[in-house]
Ligand binder design. Sequence first.
Ligand SMILES: NC(=O)c1ccc[n+]([C@@H]2O[C@H](COP(=O)([O-])OP(=O)(O)OC[C@H]3O[C@@H](n4cnc5c(N)ncnc54)[C@H](O)[C@@H]3O)[C@@H](O)[C@H]2O)c1
Ligand SMILES: [Fe+2]
Length: 376
Amino acid sequence: MEEFKIQTAVCFGADALNCLKNLTASRIFIVTDPFMVESKMVDRITEQLKEKEYMIFSNVVPDPPLELVVEGVREVMAYKPDTVIALGGGSAIDEAKAIMHFSKQIGDLPDMEFIAVPTTSGTGSEVTSFAVITDKDKGVKYPLVDKSLLPDIAVLDPGLVKSLPPSIVADTGMDVLTHALEAYVSTKANAFTDALAEKAAVTVLKYLVKSYESPVDMEAREQMHYASCMAGLAFDMTSLGVNHAIAHNIGGKFGVAHGRTNAILLPYVIAYNAEIQDYNTKEYKTAAKKYAAIASLYGIGGVNIRSAVKNLIHQIQKMQKLMKMPVSFKECGLKPDEFHKAEEQIAEGALADGCIVTNPRVVSKKDILDILKQAL
Ligand SMILES: NC(=O)c1ccc[n+]([C@@H]2O[C@H](COP(=O)([O-])OP(=O)(O)OC[C@H]3O[C@@H](n4cnc5c(N)ncnc54)[C@H](O)[C@@H]3O)[C@@H](O)[C@H]2O)c1
Ligand SMILES: [Fe+2]
């Protein structure tokens, strides 16, 4: 028996933050990054919390390191909040998740309500039981996976993503596409997750470049915000695949933005999973058929499965070009000799990453080294 359950209530729309007015909370711990304070975006939250006590913990940095989680745990233990609100991108939401997780393990704390307010359209962390924490010394990203990490409420206010600069729109948007496609071809995909993944993938193909080109195209920004959440709902159930398994090990070592790393790998991972090299094949793999289905839904299906998969790959490469994204790790400034030195470790780390388990094709170390060679 399988079960499909959405634990997080999703409030969405221009007035979604109004839901904070109904909180019964009295002591609120807000986890966010310095930009949210400087830009006064955090005021959008605090103005809903009249007559409530709150504390702002604003030291989140991209790819939150263990040390900052430890600092946050110390603050939570001292403040003893009944509610935690995370405001920011995946980094702020993941740091809040990790802080709550470890605080509950260490201390005798009351149950805390958890509200996630994403300000990037990327990770879907507002509806997932994943948190990614970075060990900077070892150069590794650790995914924590536990149902207790799931937020109680996710607030999707498209007004909060208006200020995103184009390069972050591009990086985070490609993360959404990677989540949607990895969820869609995952060995744990089902009819319900497919519906969410299809909608998310096609929405990214339709709206991401528009959102990149114009911050005032609110339809595009709004659609991308919802697509990010839908892809999160899908991969929370299906997990991800080799793309993220490799990305977690490159991001931790070389500090390339998460979505950008995923985007560089994505064309090679699709080709690898689809196994479309044999021109005489009539027996396409399920993954190939599913990639082709996304291409068809977007209106770029081909005369056969192989050409539809190729069209999808070309479309992704076209989007990378239109959004001026680097298409190789060299273009991100990584030195080939340093990259080569790290390859074995990246491949071993990827094989040990939990995301690899649900990849549609059983992956070997050599397969990962081949993907890395193409992506360098
Ligand atoms: N938990 C999950 O399910 C999950 C899934 C994928 C990735 N991740 C993790 O999430 C992290 C990446 O998160 P992200 O891609 O959302 O980026 P991020 O949270 O690291 O933010 C990137 C930058 O964007 C800025 N920013 C955020 N919102 C903004 C806004 N509205 N306007 C202007 N600037 C804004 C931030 O200040 C920051 O400098 C990585 O650590 C990644 O490993 C988690
Ligand atoms: Fe991701």
